[in-house]
Ligand binder design. Sequence first.
Ligand code: GTP
Ligand code: MG
Length: 171
Amino acid sequence: GLKKKEVNVLCLGLDNSGKTTIINQLKPSNAQAQDIVPTIGFSIEKFKTSSLSFTVFDMSGQGRYRNLWEHYYKEGQAIIFVIDSGDKLRMVVAKEELDTLLNHPDIKHRRIPILFFANKMDLRDALSAVKVSQLLCLENIKDKPWHICASDAVKGEGLQEGVDWLQETHC
Ligand code: GTP
Ligand code: MG
């Protein structure tokens, strides 16, 4: 068959936000891991949609590994940025990391699409995607296509909408 267009995606966000759980849900069921543990460094994962073949750099969000992120910015053709919508205390830390990303020379002047997942929407006290987008000041991102979806990565809810958006933005 026709070879699918390949896209390198960086999956970023604080530790415990649900990055690995999201990527795992996007893989075919026979390739899914049963237990998900905190990522050490990063892990390279692959998944396909109808028209694209994604290679994901699933980065660790732990503080001591966040300095690894920037080494992969040049190769990234899209970003998935995951936020724990229930972690109000660290929303400001998530914003700091996002702002650092957006101001990095390898990202700043590129029209690289950013998909945000306001994840853990199932938690009783989760903030809405609108509220998360306000707290992160996403409306200030004017030079890159971006989109935010609420998701529950454990149940796999909200993920398809995001991936559909990424696929359309890349075609
Ligand atoms: P690092 O690899 O340390 O950066 O973390 P991560 O962002 O990859 O998070 P991971 O996918 O390991 O998930 C962290 C924890 O959150 C796990 O216990 C997941 O089961 C849980 N989790 C992930 N997504 C959701 C969600 O949508 N809802 C709830 N309730 N829990 C979630
Ligand atoms: Mg992880």
